[in-house]
Every structure is written in C-alpha cells, then in structure tokens.
Design a binder for this molecule. Structure first.
Ligand SMILES: N[C@@H](CCC(=O)N[C@@H](CS)C(=O)NCC(=O)O)C(=O)O
Length: 250
C-alpha cells in the first residue's frame, strides 16, 4: 500500500505525484496543512524528522526526500522506466536532480516568500508568537532562516541573487536540451520530473525575465511538452482534501 503525506501546492509533493501518475500506481492521499503547521506536529515529525512534505509510506516503510522517493518508486515499480539505461546518462540525471534541489529549490523558496506574500502569515504574530513559532522549527538552520525572514523580510539584493542563481541553472538546461526532447534524451526521466514543478513556479511567481522563452528556446519547447503530459496534469490538478486539519487518529 502506498500512502503519500503531501500538500497540494508543494513543488516537492508534485514530483512524487507526477511519478505515481506516470507509473499508474494507486495511492492513498493524506493532505498535510502547512499553514496550520501540521508538518511540525509531533506525530508527523516521527515520520519526517525534517518537518517537510512529502513523505511516502510503502507497506509500512517510511521514505522522505522527494528526489530519493521518486528514484525508489522507479526501482520498486519498474513499469514505465524513468531512469536512462546508460550509466553516464543516469549520473547526469542524478547530477541534475542534485542541482535542482540545491540551487533551484533553495532560491525559488526565497522568491516565493516575497511573491506569494508569505510574510502575511506572520504579520499578526506577537513577539511570543514568533518565539513559539521559532521554537517549533526542527533545527538551527530553519530557525535562523525563519527568524531572518520574519524580522527583516527578503532584501532586493537577496531577490536579485536568487534570480541570478536560478537563471544560471536555466541556462545550463537550455544548452542541454538543444537537440533533445527531454534532459536525458528522447525518454522522460526523473530529472525532468524533478524540475518541472519549479519551472511552473517561475511563471506562478510572475518572473517574466526568467520565463521569456525566446531567450531559452530549447527550455521553452521542453516546458510546452511537459505541460502536455497527462501525469503533469494529474499531479497539478490534484483535488485536495479539506484544508482544515483533521482529528489525528494515531
Ligand atoms: N529536500 C526535501 C525538501 C522538502 C521541502 O522543503 N518541502 C516543503 C514544501 S515544497 C515544505 O515542507 N516546507 C515546509 C517548511 O519549510 O516549513 C524534499 O525534497 O523532500
């Protein structure tokens, strides 16, 4: 039995939902309400000590880290293979996935904080609310990041830096996609799945310069193809469960 703990708009959750759809697997959905900080509840931290979504449960085993979850799914459910046979291409796939997580995810997160007005969540916080919120964060790095954002917001310089880092990866992708349909050649791979939710987020955040595909035509063509995949549509149209946290039955 496959059960996914996820959030409907979360980019990392979409990676897993696309993979599940590509493989036509049945799965049970458990929506985690990030706004209500359900991901920091003790029961969820037992599953995912980092306090993030997604988490996959497979026959009682718990898996975290979306890029590793999708690789696991590809190994355990070999129908519709999503890793290239060639070992060098497979290394490239993993290298892309690493860069997408380390560079794109990190920097898009900075931009989303501003563009999606996430600051709004904290505006009504009193000093003691802030302290309580920070105390619930799972490690010193998260506490420092949130404290900085809540108290100082995100500066123009930080935004410009984030856009520059994203642009660098998009440039690499555009070069790699010349003469290729997908990042690993003619077959869809986990690398494409790993990055597409972040490419979608660029447009959702109104980053016009980064989504001017005349500047990166090969990436633009890839993006058009990706949006046509039924697995992409299924993962993005995911109808969430009610957003109110449900009573926890553990
Ligand atoms: N490296 C982790 C990152 C997961 C992650 O950051 N998830 C976000 C949603 S896309 C989250 O849960 N954020 C909640 C928070 O940071 O408090 C993965 O790939 O699974």
């Amino acid at each position: 039995m496959l059960k996914l703990y996820h959030q409907w708009t979360s980019t990392c959750s979409k990676r897993v939902r696309i993979t599940l759809a590509e493989k036509k697997l049945d799965w049970e959905s458990h929506h985690i309400n990030l706004k209500e900080l359900e991901h920091l509840d003790p029961w969820y931290l037992k599953l995912n000590p980092e306090g993030v979504v997604p988490t996959l449960e497979h026959d009682g085993r718990i898996l975290t880290e979306s890029n590793f979850i999708i690789e696991y799914l590809d190994e355990v459910f070999p129908q519709v293979p999503l890793r290239p046979d060639d070992y060098f291409e497979r290394w490239k796939m993993r290298n892309w996935m690493h860069r997408f997580e380390a560079i794109l995810h990190k920097n898009i997160n900075t931009i989303s904080f501003v563009k999606q007005n996430r600051m709004k969540r904290y505006e009504a916080f009193s000093e003691s609310d802030i302290d309580e919120f920070l105390a619930r964060q799972v490690n010193a790095e998260r506490r420092a990041t949130f404290e900085n954002r809540i108290r100082q917001g995100v500066s123009k310089e930080e935004m410009a830096f984030a856009e520059e880092r994203i642009a660098e990866v998009l440039d690499e992708m555009d070069v790699a996609l010349e003469g290729r349909v997908y990042l690993n050649g003619s077959q869809l791979s986990l690398a494409d799945i790993s990055v597409v939710p972040f490419v979608e987020r660029l447009g959702a955040n109104g980053l016009d310069k980064l989504t001017d595909w005349t500047k990166r035509p090969f990436l633009g063509a890839w993006w058009s193809n990706m949006q046509e995949l039924s697995s992409y549509k299924k993962a993005f149209d995911f109808a969430t469960e009610p957003l109110e946290p449900k009573p926890v039955e553990r």
